[in-house]
Design a binder for this molecule. Structure first.
Ligand code: FAD
Length: 568
């Protein structure tokens, strides 16, 4: 069957089955290279997401054959007399229906089955530019496929999420964070250029230099300003192996002091810092069963009671150091030197060593185990918070030791700090000159380095990992924490594991923060009223609104975020 016939067939079914509000001739005239589908399987998939909490059926699903297909569809929606909405769906790993739409078309950016279909046309496979150290990828590409392609050239992106079966466009619409963020910034700080289809159906290339307003708007923009069809991502030489270490703490302030110390080393040479810093909270004996902790092997059981947990809570610092086999002989000394400055419980060091790709893909292994037990496709009432450093101890008291009590955790609780500013880079000759003239007298080298940075900063504006010009919202402090409650709801008769109970507890946590005046910001935010969104964006709301009016004036994109209602 030709594409046109397929399309006619699809649209006839569309009219019959859903009583389409769009003039079907508008969709017929699109002449897309890909496929517009009303197949119940496609519609069902697009109606759901990883959260399994909300469900919205689109009228149809577009499997795009090119970026032009997307531009044609969005333009048709923009120009349509009645209007219809368009939502890009990455890999559908949102929690609260952010990629769904009930009165329009969902664009399946990541293909029909995992890994089976990459981008269309010249982006069918990521295009690696070895000399320039970047890769061009389709917006629906999964990070695992980006990694596999770049590794063929001995290269890899610098900044990651913990899980790689997420789409490039989906994580760039949020931020994209993991334990590398202190060192390289979030994923949105590691993008050179984007192709974006705006809400008017225009396909535009944007970067720091070209159409920069659109570029900054789209990064962390929750899909509100355009659909990312191509991203140019920064690369670095890929390490071969990873030394992966976990250590435990019973004292919260010692734990956070060590985490903050480790991220403060971000400007140091690679031998003098770790490459990844995360951590998690252990509020019950579920540690061994926890879905990210297969690392603690059964031969190595850890009992909270045996390590003197303070208030029944333990904290696990998770750190890694990358290395190549050729330099492997120094890894032990480097790790040992770094560990000396830490104050964990001495008997609780857990170490493993593995190939770089296995470390980055670690959560997928946990996914496979949970899938085998039918524990993956269950509701996920996740709550992700950015917490200012000055108030993180209040979260410990009020939430980890308070609201969560001794309930079963039902999933990991991550906690790790990030810093907003990049270390200022010092010109080498300038640095040497300064060291030579000022510090030959044997004075402290640390203060020498500080002086260099101060002078450098005066001459050029401080560049930030968390760029204020992007749409993402962070707390108003230089260092802030991610606290991620990644819990699964189970229908096993235990009240404390039910969806209702966990959802209520999330509400209680948010109220606690509100009442205690802790200015948290939700990451992967979910709100339902305009007031809540305005409060979330704070000072950035006016800019966010103006950008929306400029790039998506009919408010047809990503309505599942529930920030704007489409205009008729
Ligand atoms: P979707 O959920 O499909 O879409 C998310 C939003 O982006 C929607 O509004 C959608 O319309 C929009 N969108 C999708 N594609 C595009 C595009 N091409 N252009 C414009 N807008 C688009 N996040 C982290 O930062 N760090 C982590 O470590 C991390 N780990 C995770 C682990 C798991 C198991 C899961 C389920 C999620 C995790 N996330 C993490 C969250 C993840 O970043 C978000 O779910 C994000 O939305 C990406 O998922 P997705 O690609 O499936 O996007």
């Amino acid at each position: 069957m030709t594409t046109k016939l397929l399309l006619t067939f699809a649209i006839c079914r569309l009219i019959v089955t859903v009583g389409l509000t769009v003039d079907p001739s508008e969709l017929l005239r699109l002449g897309v290279e890909g496929q517009l589908s009303v197949d119940p399987c496609d519609v069902e998939t697009a109606s759901l997401d990883f959260g399994l909490i909300s469900r919205s059926e689109p009228m149809a699903v577009l499997h795009p054959g090119s970026a032009d297909d997307i531009a044609r569809l969005v333009q048709a929606a923009y120009l349509s007399s009645q209007g219809f909405t368009v939502s890009a769906r990455g890999h559908g790993h949102s929690i609260n229906g952010q990629a769904q739409t009930s009165n329009g078309v969902v664009i399946e950016m990541s293909g029909r089955s995992r890994g089976s279909r990459l981008g269309p046309g010249n982006l069918a496979k990521p295009q690696v530019a070895v000399k320039e150290m970047h890769v061009d990828v389709w917006g629906g590409e999964l990070w695992i496929d980006v990694l596999r392609s770049t590794l063929e050239h001995g290269l890899a992106p610098k900044s990651w999420t913990d899980y790689l079966y997420l789409s490039v466009g989906g994580t760039l619409s949020n931020g994209g964070i993991s334990g590398q963020a202190f060192n390289h910034g979030p994923q949105i700080s590691n993008v050179y250029e984007l192709d974006v289809v705006t809400g008017k159906g225009e396909l535009m290339t944007c970067s720091e230099e070209q159409n920069s307003k659109l570029f900054h708007a789209v990064l962390g923009g929750l899909g509100q300003f355009g659909i990312i069809t191509r991203a140019r991502i920064a690369l670095e030489p890929a390490p071969q192996r990873v030394r992966w270490i976990r250590v435990l703490y019973s004292n919260f302030s010692t734990f956070t002091r060590d985490q903050e110390h480790l991220i403060s080393l971000h400007g140091e040479p690679s031998t003098l810092k770790f490459d990844y810093v995360e951590g998690f909270v252990i509020v019950d004996e579920g540690l061994i069963n926890n879905w990210r902790s297969s690392f603690f092997s059964p031969r190595n059981p850890v009992k909270i009671s045996s390590v003197g947990a303070n208030g029944g809570v333990l904290y696990c610092l998770e750190i890694t150091k990358n290395y190549d086999e050729s330099t492997g002989d120094t890894i032990d000394q480097e790790v040992e030197a770094l560990m000396k400055s830490l104050n964990f419980i001495p008997s609780t060091v857990f170490t493993t060593d593995l190939p770089y790709i296995d470390f980055l893909d670690r959560v997928h292994k946990a996914e496979l185990k949970l899938r085998a037990k039918d524990l993956w496709e269950v509701p996920h009432p996740w709550l992700n918070l950015f917490v200012p450093k000055s108030r993180i101890a209040d979260l410990d008291r009020g939430v980890f030791k308070g609201i969560l009590g001794n309930n079963k955790t039902s999933g990991p609780i991550l906690i790790y700090p990030m810093n907003k500013n990049k270390p200022a880079r010092i010109d080498k000759s300038f640095s040497l000159l300064l060291t030579g003239t000022q510090f030959n007298d044997g004075s402290d080298r640390r203060s020498g380095r500080f002086s260099c940075q101060a002078i450098f900063s005066m001459g050029s504006p401080m560049r930030r990992w968390w760029d204020q010009r992007s749409s993402v919202v962070t707390p108003d402090e230089e260092v802030f924490y991610l606290v991620a409650l990644l819990r699964s709801a189970l229908d096993n008769g235990e009240e404390t594991q039910s969806l209702e109970y966990l959802t209520d507890q999330n509400r209680e946590i948010l109220s606690f923060c509100d009442d205690a005046g802790i200015n948290v910001k939700q990451y992967l935010p979910h709100y339902t009223t305009r007031e809540e969104w305005m409060d979330h964006f704070g000072d950035k709301w006016d800019q966010f609104y103006q950008r929306k009016m400029e790039f998506d004036p009919r408010r047809i994109l990503a309505t599942g975020q529930r920030i704007f209602n489409p205009s008729s």
